[in-house]
Design a protein around this ligand. Structure first.
Ligand code: LP5
Ligand code: MN
Length: 241
């Protein structure tokens, strides 16, 4: 019995070695799991569920074939695929979860999320996030032709490329007080998230009780998977072919 968690794959047609590793993971590993949770940033950037490319269709096909094999698959949007939505889920059989979600992981109440909402000291990012999550703005954006949307995304990505490079690493990590607030709010002693690309298992205390925060790894140099069983949680890597 295993439950798998992945995030921050940043799949794109320009990085076929990541896609190959993901496809192998889906066909040879996820298919034997009880459930797969994708905690955001599956894609380098997801412009919309109507993406007509062969690449988008191929990734959808992997999810569809996994869910058709009877494996439950859940998705939380990341800061790069916050536009992945109902149509993708309908076409693949995966379930879209809220940005913060509490699950029962083998009897342990666990809060799962992408992780960007924990980085509250990154004020510029949080202001940007608030804008692009405005429902009316997304409504308008989603009604533009696909190629216009792609042009807008490329333009904004180009414009803000240097902004991130100027930020300190501290600012781009989670804020500990926000982690604790969320865990207290949900009454959990386990949190799992991605986003920061700093895979680790942190043990600390809240109100003198031991708690754990597991950070998933990115897929830039290798595959990264959290493998959970009723008795253990292991962060593992998978080599590129
Ligand atoms: O993912 P990672 O680790 O590289 O960086 C993130 C944060 N960056 C982002 C930016 C996205 O990846 C790229 C977005 C493309 C534009 C899409 C627009 C689509 C419009 C949709 C309208 C509904 O998420 C980065 C964090 C980092 O994580 C660590 O947490 O620091 O944040 C940034 O670099 C963002 C800058 O700080 C803020 C830039 C402000 C730009 C203002 C543009 C206004 C656009 C308004 C939208 C119409
Ligand atoms: Mn992210």
């Amino acid at each position: 019995m295993t439950t798998l968690f992945i995030s921050d794959l940043h799949l794109s047609p320009s990085q076929p070695q990541i896609t190959d590793c993901f496809v192998k993971f889906m066909r040879e590993e996820a298919v034997h799991a009880e459930a797969l949770y994708v905690l955001g940033d599956l894609f380098e950037f997801w412009i919309g569920d109507d993406d007509p490319s062969d690449f988008a269709q191929a990734i959808k096909a992997e999810f569809k074939s996994l869910t058709q094999s009877g494996i439950a698959c859940y998705f939380i949007q990341g800061n790069r695929d916050f536009l992945l939505n109902k149509r993708f889920c309908r076409e693949t059989g995966i379930t879209l979860l809220d940005e913060h979600c509490v699950i029962d992981l083998y009897g342990r109440k666990t809060v799962i999320l992408h992780g960007d909402t924990l980085c509250i000291d990154d004020h510029k990012y949080q202001a940007f996030r608030a804008k692009v999550h405005m429902p009316w703005l997304q409504w308008i954006f989603n009604r533009l032709p696909f190629f216009t949307r792609r042009h807008i995304v490329n333009k904004i990505q180009g414009d803000i490329r240097d902004v991130k490079a100027q930020k300190s690493l501290d600012i781009m990590d989670v804020t500990q007080s926000e982690v604790e607030t969320l865990m207290k709010q949900h009454g959990t002693d386990l949190m799992i998230h991605g986003h920061t690309h700093r895979p680790n298992i942190h043990h600390f205390e809240i109100n003198n009780q031991p708690v754990t925060r597991i950070v998933l790894g990115d897929w830039y140099q290798q595959g990264s998977v959290l493998v959970c069983t009723p008795k253990s949680q292991h962060l593992e890597t998978r080599r590129f072919a």
